[in-house]
Design a protein around this ligand. Structure first.
Ligand SMILES: Cc1cc2nc3c(=O)[nH]c(=O)nc-3n(C[C@H](O)[C@H](O)[C@H](O)COP(=O)(O)OP(=O)(O)OC[C@H]3O[C@@H](n4cnc5c(N)ncnc54)[C@H](O)[C@@H]3O)c2cc1C
Length: 341
């Protein structure tokens, strides 16, 4: 049986950031990715300023940057402007390839694609019927994490997000649509990219069942006259249920750990941060993962806002209107961007 000091399952943002942080250390690291290509993932590819500060992405990797966002509440348009860009779009394949390139030539890191982990046991994982031993195991394998399942952690709160990817350059504005009757406390989005646009929405199935979300989304597309016939439909879970990240020598990062925001559905930043913090904990068992604690504080705030919006019931539309109007007041705009960023 081959043995690696650290086996990371999943080459998404979390797994690759974890590997990058373990680069050029004494640990021999293996990243296992089930797909034949690193990067592509069902995702709208929306980033905020904090992602960019963290990633230090070269500008050519950013599809579009925005300092102006269009909000719609029940069809009524509002504009949010800041004096600098605060929302960006990026293609997930490009992000993945950029992260992988950072690891090329690093001697202690090996990435294996087409390597689906089918079983996990104490001290080894199974890939294509072969056992691979590990000292530390990192579950960075997304919302349907096999590592999390093996730890016996059942997700209590998994959001579902759906989108159409339309191969068009016909959309320029980044837009968010709040419609309490269709999307409850959540929203629909239009996120333009260089070669396509992502148009989607998401919700927690416990509040808005997936079939209802789908039919409401279709109604909304019809109402806005958006023709999705040439597009690709995609749907995926977003695990928002955090129940711990460290279980002896096994760690969970990113969506596997349930770090994504249940309010916004955002999880790329959380994946990057937790991937790094898990690696630092492996390098030093006394390491205090301050950034994970900060993430969890923000997550609790998001949950409070979401709970409030859900409890607003029929008054939710009023709250959305009020929120959209407050975006015109610099103090509240700063607070709101701070809450998200
Ligand atoms: C429709 C939609 C839109 C979204 N839009 C946004 C957005 O605009 N902004 C944002 O920040 N977040 C968004 N998210 C959330 C975001 O995509 C995730 O939070 C993020 O990808 C989590 O990163 P991760 O590294 O934890 O997991 P992932 O990106 O899911 O990566 C996990 C990797 O593990 C691999 N894997 C899984 N199982 C195995 C196995 N058994 N063996 C080997 N490999 C395995 C997978 O192939 C994958 O490459 C969106 C999600 C959805 C569904």
């Amino acid at each position: 049986m081959v043995f690696f000091d650290v086996v990371i399952i999943g080459a998404g943002p979390a797994g690759l950031k974890c590997a990058q942080t373990l680069s050029n250390t004494k640990y021999r690291v293996l990243v296992l990715e089930k797909n034949s290509q690193v990067g592509p993932k069902v995702c709208a590819g929306g980033l905020t300023g904090k992602d960019l500060d963290y990633l230090k992405l070269p500008p050519e990797l950013i599809d579009f940057s925005y300092r102006k966002v269009k909000l719609h509440v029940n069809g009524l348009p509002f504009r949010v402007r800041d004096d600098k860009d605060f929302i960006y779009t990026i293609d997930r394949k490009n992000l993945g390839q950029w992260q992988v390139n950072k690891l090329s030539g690093v001697k202690n890191i090996k990435i294996k694609i087409g390597a689906k982990v089918s079983k996990i046991d104490k001290g080894f994982v199974v890939v294509n019927k072969r056992k691979i031993g590990y000292g530390f195991l990192v579950g960075a394998d997304g919302s349907a994490s096999i590592v999390r399942q093996c730890l016996g952690i059942k997700p209590k709160s998994t959001n579902v997000a759906i989108q159409y990817i339309l191969p068009t350059k016909g959309y320029q504005d980044l837009e968010l649509f709040f419609d309490s009757n269709l999307f409850s406390a959540w929203y629909a989005w239009i996120f333009p990219h260089r070669h396509y646009v992502s148009i989607g929405c998401g919700a927690n199935p416990a509040i808005l069942p997936a079939d209802k979300l789908n039919s409401n989304f279709k109604n909304w597309l019809d109402k806005r006259g958006i023709d999705v016939s040439g597009g690709k439909y995609e749907a995926f879970a977003i695990n928002c249920d955090y129940q711990g990240y460290r279980f002896g020598n096994v760690f969970l990062a990113g969506d596997a750990g349930g770090f994504a925001s249940e309010l916004t559905g955002e999880g790329i930043y959380q994946a990057l941060v937790t991937g790094e913090e898990v690696a630092k904990t492996i390098l030093n068992s006394n390491y205090q993962p301050r950034k994970i604690n900060d993430l969890l504080t923000t997550k609790r705030r998001h949950n409070k806002v979401l709970k409030f919006l859900i409890e607003c019931g029929k008054f939710r539309t009023m709250v959305f209107y009020l929120g959209a109007m407050l975006f015109g007041v610099p103090f509240f705009k700063k607070k709101a961007i701070g809450l998200l960023g």
